[in-house]
Structure formats: structure tokens, C-alpha cells
Design a protein around this ligand. Sequence first.
Ligand SMILES: [Fe+2]
Ligand SMILES: [Fe+2]
Length: 303
Amino acid sequence: MDPFWRLIVPATTQQKSLMDIHPRELKSFVGDLPTLPIVFQELFTRMQDPNAQVSELAEIIAKDPALTTKILKLVNSAFYGQASQITTISRAVIIMGFQAVRSAALGVSVMEQFKNLESASEEFDIPSFWRHSIGVSCLAKQLSIVLSVNEPEDAFVAGLLHDVGKLIMLQHFAEDVDDLTRAAAEQQLTWRACEEVLFPTNHASIARALFRAWSFPANVVEAVSCHHNPEAASRHATLASLVHVADFLSYHMECPCPGAVPPRTHAKDAAKLIDLTPDLAREALERATDELDEALEILKLLD
Ligand SMILES: [Fe+2]
Ligand SMILES: [Fe+2]
């Protein structure tokens, strides 16, 4: 809100702005957001226990048949490239492993949470946002495979969720998103550069606070949190670097994120950390491009 109107409109009727939210307050801000459905909370808490049994996890997921169907849809999608159809969660855990099913559950839980979100901003349309997210997840997964770093499932889910902080901004601070997209167009700036000028916080920090509150795995939280500054990552720098490079490459794969101009470059140290060469980047880009159309099928999970 314009500072002039702040003086006139009573504080109780003023919509809160991102300009007023200090990074230290993010924890209490996300504490006011809807929590994940109980079944996801139970699942992610149990999955943190290395002694958790397959049957136990399958039982938790089975409590919610709609969720079971969605997770199975995702594990049978192009992302996982399974030769034959997997029809039960226990089978998915046995064939694909714990981590793969956990990634699918993480992706489904977030898509469920935001599936009814409508954009009030002309410059930021939700289908383009998800196309970008899926493009980055394909690229992060393929980079992980061609460079042999990290688990492809972790790369895929961190890529899928990397910009979710923007959806929270859109949901709760629509006016700020309008200001941001306008400034981006006028000044030819990236989303992140605009955030630095306009707000004390940014979409990566907002997502970190939310994913921590939802008990997401530490590697996914850190990769999302540091996808614009992978050098700040402490324990999961390679995963953060994969997502950072994938995000940059997505603008060369016709799936840019809406609302701002593309980044002109990427962090050189991130490319160095994962031993990225131009040939390997090209290979990952080609493989991800081949996979994208099929991968976009997962948008049906939002229906
Ligand atoms: Fe981002
Ligand atoms: Fe992005």
C-alpha cells in the first residue's frame, strides 16, 4: 500500500504487505498458513525415521484413497520412467525405493495445497508457473543423471518446488506481486532482483519457512532455500547448485517463469561444484526437452 494511504486507512483494515514482513517474522507468518492434511504430516514425520517399515508407510497413505491415486499417477508418470505400471504404494516402495515415493508424496502434497489458487495478477499466470516448475524439475533430474550427482528423485522434487514461495506471495500479497511484475517490466529486472529492491524477504526464504513448518526433508528445504544463491548452502550445496543451473537452463527450454525477465547468467561456482561442462549441459537440456511434453501430464494432478 502507498505510504500516503497507510496514514489514512485504519491499521486494522490495511492488508498486510510483504514490505512489512521481516525475515525473522516468517516463522510466525507461515504458522498462520493452512497446515498440510494430517495424512501428509504423519507420512513425513514417519519417513524421517530410518527404521520405518514399508507396510507402515503404505498404511498411512492408504488412509486417503485420493492421495494414493495421485501418488501412483506421479510414480507412473514420465518423471520416473517405469517400464511397467505400478498399482500399489507398497509395490512402488519396493521397486523404486523409499526416496522416490517420498519425493512423489512431497510433490503431490504441495500441488494439492495450491491447486485451487487463481492468479489476480495479469502478469503471473498459474499454468505458466507450473510449466516452468515442471521444466526445472525435468532439467534438475537430467542434470543429476548426466553429472552423476545427487539422487534424481531429490533433484526432481526440489526442481518442482523451487519457486513455490511465489505462489504464497501471490496468495497472500497479490498487490505486492503486481508491484513487482510492473517494476520488472519497467526496469527489465529479474524476479529476485525486484524482491531485493522492494521487500525485506524473498520467495526462497518464504518457501524455506513453509517447508520447515511442514517437516520436509532437510536437503529439499536447503536446495529450495538456496536456489538463487547456492554458495550459501551448507550441507546440500550440490542439490542447490543443480536446481540453480536447471532454473537458468529452463529459460532456454521455452518454460520461463512468468512475471519477470530471465536471469542473464548463473553462478559460476555452482556449475564448477557439479562439474558442469557445455556438452553435459546440452545433453541434459536435450533429454529434458524430450521428456517435457510427457512430464506436463502431471498437471492433471491439479484438476
Ligand atoms: Fe526462484
Ligand atoms: Fe524458477
